[in-house]
Design a protein around this ligand. Structure first.
Ligand SMILES: Nc1ncnc2c1ncn2[C@@H]1O[C@H](COP(=O)(O)OP(=O)(O)OP(=O)(O)O)[C@@H](O)[C@H]1O
Ligand SMILES: [Mg+2]
Length: 249
């Protein structure tokens, strides 16, 4: 459960990126953050990841304030998260495979395990033939698939994706959204920011931001459809624990 309680954020003294924002997101929800440029969508995602702190109010995860976490606890939070952040591209000085291995190395997995799982993640996104390539030699859609492989390699409980379909053609955008929906079906919470109205229709839940305030929020009666096959593939890929057993973890 993620909760924003009266969260405001001022990057500079008098300009508020978020103003008194409150909402909660339950485990396993697929939530779209919508709203125009500058509305505060990326700021919301960065706060959930512990990359920005609120100026006032609280951001809670499972009843704990994220901003009060000691720096030593942040890696445990990050380990639960798969991050696909806007403008946080791949590292250009190393191979595709090394990029996907990085989140595992950071949390102290062995090189051998990291390599095996990173390669498997690339395989599932059908981009394994680029494992040794430089990210510079990939197309935008290929880079985005690598970024998703990197986000899911640690088997996250929560995926945060900031404009994951920006700069993608329709075909690649559909691949990316279907992959994220399949993760949600397997019990992973997905929070996705998007300008793309077509994808908003497919969300359980939309939180609409405008100038730093939540101006609308709705829950769809329609469960987004995704094939069982795709959901199973996603579970196999992430090793995600279904929600029912996560409660006991
Ligand atoms: N590091 C920063 N320093 C100062 N101001 C910032 C910083 N990051 C964001 N802002 C400001 O905060 C506001 C919200 O930015 P944010 O990036 O959250 O918007 P967004 O909804 O993600 O926009 P977009 O759709 O363009 O990505 C904007 O006015 C932006 O200029
Ligand atoms: Mg943004």
């Amino acid at each position: 459960m993620i909760e924003f309680q009266h969260v405001s954020k001022a990057y500079t003294n008098d300009i508020y990126a978020l103003r008194d924002v409150s909402f909660s997101i339950g485990d396993g929800e697929l939530v779209f953050l919508a709203g125009p440029s500058g509305a505060g969508k990326s700021t919301v995602l960065k706060m959930i990841a512990g990359l920005e702190k609120p100026s006032s109010g609280m951001v809670m995860m499972n009843g704990q304030s994220i901003s009060k976490l000691k720096s030593g606890s942040l890696p445990y939070l990050r380990r639960k998260l798969g991050l696909i952040l806007q403008g946080q591209g791949l590292l250009l000085d190393r191979s595709v495979l090394a990029n996907v291995m990085l989140p595992m190395i950071v949390v102290g997995e062995s090189m051998a395990d990291a390599e095996t799982r990173a390669y498997a993640a690339l395989e599932r996104l059908n981009i394994q033939d680029k494992a040794d390539a430089s990210p510079l030699s990939l197309s935008g859609g290929e880079q985005q698939r690598v970024a998703i492989a990197r986000a899911i390699v640690n088997r996250p409980q929560i995926i945060l994706a900031d404009e994951p379909t920006a700069f993608l053609d329709r075909e690649n955008a559909v691949i990316v959204i279907n992959a994220l929906k399949a993760f949600q079906r397997s019990g992973v919470t997905c929070i996705i920011s998007s300008h793309d109205e077509q994808f908003l229709e497919q969300a359980n839940r939309v939180i609409y931001l405008s100038k730093g305030e939540v101006t609308d929020s709705w829950t769809s009666a329609v469960i987004p459809s995704v094939s069982t096959e795709a959901a199973e593939a996603a579970v196999a890929l992430s090793g995600a624990t279904p929600l029912t057993s996560m409660a006991h973890a």
